[in-house]
Ligand binder design. Structure first.
Ligand SMILES: [Zn+2]
Length: 249
């Protein structure tokens, strides 16, 4: 990693939750692409925020407050470790108050609670997908895993691929058909997610185009205002709330 830009790497001490060993953590802060263009690639690679205890080998993901900025993609993401929409709305409001005057129409400003959520917002922008639709998919795939007894922490969008229509349906994918009597088509795009279990296992799963379009329809019904350049936090909790409200209404 580049070290010539001052402040790119900051050091902090971290204590292992399992054995109590103190070790030094290198916090990478070069995610403003105007200062460090390699920041995007490093973020998507995702290694710099994965930590391993030098003594007992415990592995954990770390996060620190930082800022991702890509003016070309018109995307800015503020990482606030651990923030969740269920408790974080006030924090987002406070952030908007402190950044009054910086909000730019036409910019997408997001708040993320982890580097995984930050990666997800970057991928969504790269692929021209509405990140809110991607959030609305999550309760469906996570609910399915939970019904098989898995204990889930969270899930994050990875990408889209179109399988060969001749192939068998993929068992990790949630398929829906357009009509109640129809069978799903298998040659359609699949929207892939990595679902993180609480035991640190990662399960690759996805949904077909029809499920994704159902979530798009759901987003349209929510009639959210267009992006106003202010910071917004859309996460799993936000998506669960939307699904609950849709069921009640
Ligand atoms: Zn340890």
């Amino acid at each position: 990693m580049e070290e010539k830009i001052p402040g790119l790497i900051r050091h902090s001490w971290s204590k292992c939750m399992q054995c109590g060993t103190l070790s030094q953590l290198e916090e990478y802060h070069g995610l403003d692409l105007t200062r460090s263009p390699e920041g995007k690639e490093l973020l998507l690679k995702g290694e710099f925020f994965q930590w391993r205890c030098p003594k007992c080998g415990l592995e954990a993901d770390t996060a620190w407050p930082c800022w991702y900025y890509d003016p070309e993609a018109r995307l800015g993401i503020s990482l606030v470790p651990g923030i969740e929409s269920s408790a974080g709305e006030e924090a987002v409001q406070a952030m908007n108050r402190s950044l009054e005057g910086l909000s730019q129409p036409g910019m997408t400003h997001r708040v993320a609670g982890s580097f995984y959520a930050m990666q997800e917002a970057v991928r969504a922008k790269d692929m021209g997908l509405d990140d809110r639709t991607l959030q609305l998919v999550k309760p469906l795939i996570i609910g399915q895993l939970q019904s098989h007894g898995e204990v889930v922490w969270n899930g994050f969008f990875q990408g889209v691929s179109t399988p060969d229509p001749e192939e068998e349906p993929l068992h990790a994918v949630l398929y829906a058909a357009i009509g109640p009597d129809e069978t799903p088509e298998y040659g359609q795009p699949i929207y892939w997610y990595d679902v993180h279990l609480t035991n640190r296992k990662v399960v690759r799963t996805g949904v077909n185009q029809v499920v994704f379009q159902m979530c798009q329809g759901m987003l349209e019904k929510l009639e959210l205002p267009p992006d106003d350049g202010r910071f917004h936090l859309y996460d799993l909790n936000w998506a669960i709330d939307c699904h609950n409200r849709a069921q009640q209404g």
